[in-house]
Design a protein. Structure first.
Length: 202
């Protein structure tokens, strides 16, 4: 019997289950993405989203749920929530996820305002910046200083994905880690794009 908590059904009719410690706000993430919070591994998922909060770490129950899903090759995304005002950042969270889940890739990195609040994402594939300080978010090419700042991360990303085809995510082979901030929408649109890239449930 399922222990999922219902959320609004997403328009694409995909079965999305969200896992994670309460500190990472899995219920709010499920609500934003049209999923359901799950307390046990759901083998019939079209997508499993693992929510983590850098300041709280990743609890053993969440790690065991990830390991249980290994048998099913379900597409999985790690979303890093709770970045505002934290000493630990997205890069730390992605490294932790790679250590306790499986190797994750980081297609986007966070850019912060002067006060330290997350404000934008930079897409490593083409160095485009999604600026969430405007509504709707605006897209622009990064500045030279940003390009230098992310150079090593970009090289690592291309190294990790060089032998992967476009279907690697849907096949449950590659696991993106995406920074999100529900208060200003950072990364929510990115996760929705991943959801839309998946085949619909039959």
């Amino acid at each position: 019997m399922s222990t999922s908590t219902s959320a609004p059904v997403n328009s694409s009719a995909k079965k999305i289950h969200v896992y994670g410690h309460v500190s990472a706000s899995p219920a709010a993430i499920a609500n934003a993405l049209g999923g359901q919070v799950a307390q046990q591994a759901e083998s019939d998922s079209d997508l499993a989203i693992f929510a983590i909060n850098p300041s709280a770490g990743i609890d053993s129950h969440t790690i065991s749920l990830w390991q249980e899903l290994d048998d099913y090759q379900i597409p999985r995304i790690v979303v890093v929530n709770g970045l505002e005002g934290q000493e630990l950042d997205f890069d730390d969270a992605a490294m932790l996820a790679s250590r306790v889940f499986a190797q994750v890739v980081t297609p986007y990195l966070v850019l912060h305002k002067d006060d330290g609040e997350p404000a934008a994402l930079i897409r490593l594939k083409d160095l485009q910046i999604i600026d969430y300080t405007s509504n709707p978010p605006s897209l622009r090419h990064c500045d030279p200083e940003h390009e230098e700042l992310v150079r090593e991360f970009r090289e690592e990303y291309f190294e990790q994905t060089s032998e992967m085809d476009d279907g690697a995510f849907a096949a449950g082979i590659i696991f993106p880690a995406i920074p999100i901030n529900l208060s200003n929408g950072i990364g929510v649109d990115v996760v929705k794009e991943y959801i839309e890239s998946l085949p619909s449930s039959s």
